[in-house]
Structures are given as C-alpha cells and as structure tokens.
Design a protein around this ligand. Structure first.
Ligand code: ADP
Ligand code: MG
Length: 462
C-alpha cells in the first residue's frame, strides 16, 4: 500500500515469470475489468444465478420463467431460459448483489455443452482426473492367470461326434449360386449329349385348338432344350402368325421361302429350313403371312392332308426330333400336322375351360388315326402356365392327371414372366434366362420326353 492509501495493481505472473494480465482466467474476472467484456461475462453470471433466485417455472418447463424475474435479469444472453432452473432457494428470491462482486466467492460455471464451448480456456484449467482405460484383454491372457480348460472334441467314432465341415447340400446354397447352377445345367456349355437320342426320328405335333395355351412356347423351348443337350431338332412353324419363327429369331417376312411353298408349291423342306443362330443342331422352317391362305388353297390340291408328311419324308437330313407348331384350329393345316406326326403333344393351360374343346381334338385325332395315320397317338400332355397360388390350377392338374394318366408329364410349366418376355428378344427362355423357373421347367419336361422316348422304343410308332 502506498502512502496515499492506494494499493499497487495486483500483478499476475505467468509461468515464465513475466508479468501478464492476459493469462488471467476470464471466469474470475471482475465485471469492470476491461479484458472481460460484458458479452463474455453476462451469460456466465446468468447461468449461475437461478440456483439462488428460484427461477423455476411453475411447470418446470424451460423458458417459462415468471415475467417479473426475467425483467430483473436484464443481462440474460441469447440462451436465456434455455435451461431449467435448479430447485433451490425461496420462490421469487432474486439475488441482491452482483455475484462476481469483489469479495464474493468466484462462481464456477456449470458444465454443460454450451458452457463448455464458451469457457474453453477454463476447461483446460480444470484438471480432469485421468480415466482408467478399459481392459479389453481376456483374463486368460493376463500374465499369471490360469488358462480356461478346453473341452476335447468328440472323435468320429464317438456317439457325440458332430461334423464341423460345411454342409454341401444343394438346398443350402445361396439363391444366386443355385440359379447359376441351374443356368449351367440348362445351357450345357460343354455340348455333351445329356438327353438320350431316340433310335428314330420322333415327329411331335404340338396341338390344341384353343389359342394362347402355350403351344408355340412349348414347341420352341422343348426344341431348344433338346438341341442344347445333343439332339438334332427341326421346328416347323405351321401357324400363319409365325410366332415360332419370331421366338427363334428366324426371318419370316413376305418373300422369304416358307412352309407355304412346301405345302402348295412342293418346294423341298431343306430349301426353306434355316439354322437358328446361337443354337447348334437346331433348324426352323418359318411361316410367313402367305400361310394364311393355305387352308383354302389346300382344298383343291391333290393329297391335301398329307402334303407335309411327304415333305418331311423327303427331307434328306436326319433329325432326332421334329416339332410341328400348329395353329389354333382343327383345319387342314392341323390335319396335315396330325398326318405327318407319330405323336401328339397337347399343352393344357391350368385355367378354367382348359378341358373344354379337348374332346373335339381327341375326336379329330381318332379320325386321322382311323383313316390317314394309324401310328398316331397322344403321347404327351404338358400342363402349362401353372399358378401354384390358385386352387384352380391344382384342380385342373388333378382333372388332367385323372383323365390322361401317365401321358401327363411330371414336369409342370409354371406361369413365369421370363417365359413371356423371351420372345420379344427373339429368344427362347432357355437362352434368355436359363436360371429362371420357366427355363428349368422346360428343361425338365424335355428331359422327361427324351427319357420316355429312350425307354419305349420308337419303333412302336412306325
Ligand atoms: P399358343 O401358341 O397356344 O397360342 P403361346 O405359346 O403363343 O400360345 O402363348 C400365349 C401367350 O402366353 C404368349 O404371350 C406367351 O408368351 C405366354 N406364355 C406362354 N407360356 C407361358 C408361361 N409359362 N408363363 C407366362 N407366360 C406364358
Ligand atoms: Mg402359337
């Protein structure tokens, strides 16, 4: 203290012994200190006061302080009222003096997120005791700890033995792996003969006078399946709509030599048959729109019912299978197919009305057998567009199996969107999506047909 009663300015010494005022903590600054601006201090003061002032709102909800009290606390910062008051002190008891006035005890700011951000330097000053690190090492690895006893594995001859090997059952594979395996099975990239070849050519007429039951789809997909598995196959498109030609991506616009030329103008089949791109061992005799007139023109032609049979018989090449895709009618084109074939394959759609009209087809087949082709028989029935979600599909299947017995293939073709998409890409479903259920089902149907043909000698058809 000086003689005039003044005291020296309090001096603060920094760590290096140099006097400094800047290193003084703002937390304990006097409100009038030029270093500590009101904006720095105000929130600090405001935050620590309510503990005394009983600023708790009646509802205890932040921001609902009594208006009178709020008015007294004019130094409130922007976060005023953002924090619930602590339940202490008398109600409405406002502080009577500045909290950080000289001589008052320095108020420690409460630790919350906002305060920590504002009082960064102070946070550094307050020593946080080092936290013990969590030990993640298992006790057994701690030096000196006894290792846990390990139970011996049961040996193969032990009754309690359980194999730890990964199971190799196919159904345990992920769906993608199963699909890939199915695709390889369907496409048969090695080209080996995996479907038995018949001793003699099997000529199969795919017929049903109902339209849209899957005749063309069946003819195309069975032909591709058999060709992919080592059989030589010819598809004859006998429907003026030319759907089978489209499905195999064979040109069939006006002017292309087609089956009409064979039937009406006696052009040899070999001259109109085209190879199917991408499928070795598969040929197609296309149909153009010209065929639409053939039904009428055939009426006046000699031996009009057996024009196709003669054309096939004159074909120099040998095939394992000839599939004839019939139009949805029982006219002369279908009769030509029935006379040329040994077997009839009837696709039946698993829908209502499926069996209606079948009697008429069976009657026609019987007439052809009696008068024109004694070797003809209905050898195969294939259920198509089976929708397992409906009881109707089940009922139709039962009806068909009861009526036709073992002529009905075990393989059933499900309704499958990939089957219906394939023709628009000029492909069979076998190549369009070989892993699909549609492709697998046609593959199974083809295999069944091939195996039946191998078991029962084809000579019976002769
Ligand atoms: P048809 O030759 O008897 O008139 P299609 O074979 O042309 O019958 O088939 C009729 C329609 O049904 C076609 O659009 C075809 O793509 C579709 N289709 C055939 N079979 C299936 C199936 N299994 N799943 C879904 N759609 C199919
Ligand atoms: Mg058709």
């Amino acid at each position: 203290m000086h003689d005039d009663g003044r005291y020296d300015e309090p001096r603060v010494t920094g760590p290096d012994g140099v006097s400094t005022t800047d290193s003084v903590s703002r937390e304990t600054d006097h409100p009038g200190d030029p270093v500590a601006s009101p904006s720095d201090c105000a929130p600090t003061v405001r935050r620590d006061v309510p503990a005394v002032g009983g600023a708790a709102s009646p509802t205890g909800h932040p921001g609902q302080e009594p208006a009178a009290f709020t008015g007294q606390e004019s130094t409130g910062g922007p976060d005023h009222g953002a924090e619930p008051a602590e339940p202490a002190g008398g109600r409405g008891e406002a502080p009577t003096r500045p909290v950080n006035a000289p001589g008052s005890r320095p108020v420690q700011p409460r630790r919350n997120a906002a305060a920590s951000a504002r009082f960064e330097p102070a946070t550094a000053v307050v020593a946080v005791p080092p936290q013990p690190t969590v030990r993640s090492v298992p006790d057994a690895t701690i030096a000196g700890a006894a290792p846990a006893p390990v139970a011996p594995y049961a040996q193969p001859d032990d009754p309690a033995y359980v194999s730890r090997e990964t199971p190799t059952r196919e159904e345990d594979d992920p769906p993608l792996a199963m699909e890939a395996r199915r695709a390889v099975q369907v496409l048969n990239p090695s080209g080996e003969v995996t479907m038995p070849r018949p001793e003699r050519t099997r000529i199969m007429c795919v017929a049903n006078q109902k339209g849209g039951v899957g005749k063309t789809t069946t003819a195309v997909n069975l032909a591709v399946a058999l060709a992919l598995h080592g059989n030589r196959v010819l598809v004859i498109d006998l429907d003026p709509q030319g759907n089978a030609s489209t499905g195999l991506d064979v040109p069939h616009h006006t002017g292309i030599p087609d089956v009409y030329d064979c039937l009406i103008n006696s052009v040899p089949l070999a001259e109109v048959a085209q190879t199917v791109e991408g499928i070795p061992n598969l040929w197609c005799v296309p149909a153009t729109i010209d065929l639409a007139g053939a039904e009428i023109e055939l009426v006046s032609v000699v031996a009009r019912e057996s024009r196709l049979a003669r054309a096939i018989a004159a074909y120099p090449g040998t095939f394992d299978y000839v599939f004839i895709d019939c139009p949805p009618s029982l006219g002369l084109l279908t009769v030509n197919a029935l006379v040329a074939a040994q077997e009839v394959l009837i696709p039946i759609q698993c829908e209502y009305y499926a069996l209606e009209g079948l009697n008429q087809l069976i009657n026609n087949i019987n007439l052809v057998r009696q008068h024109l082709n004694p070797a003809l028989e209905v050898s195969t029935i294939l259920l198509t567009m089976y929708d397992r979600r409906t009881r109707l599909a089940d009922a139709v299947e039962q009806d068909v199996r009861n009526h036709f017995g073992d002529k009905v293939l075990q393989a059933v073709i499900p309704r499958n969107v990939r089957v219906s998409e394939a023709p628009s890409y000029g492909q069979s479903v076998m190549t369009y999506d070989p892993g699909s259920r549609g492709a697998t089902s046609y593959f199974e149907a083809a295999q069944e047909i091939a195996e039946r043909g191998a078991k029962e000698p084809v000579s019976r058809h002769a």
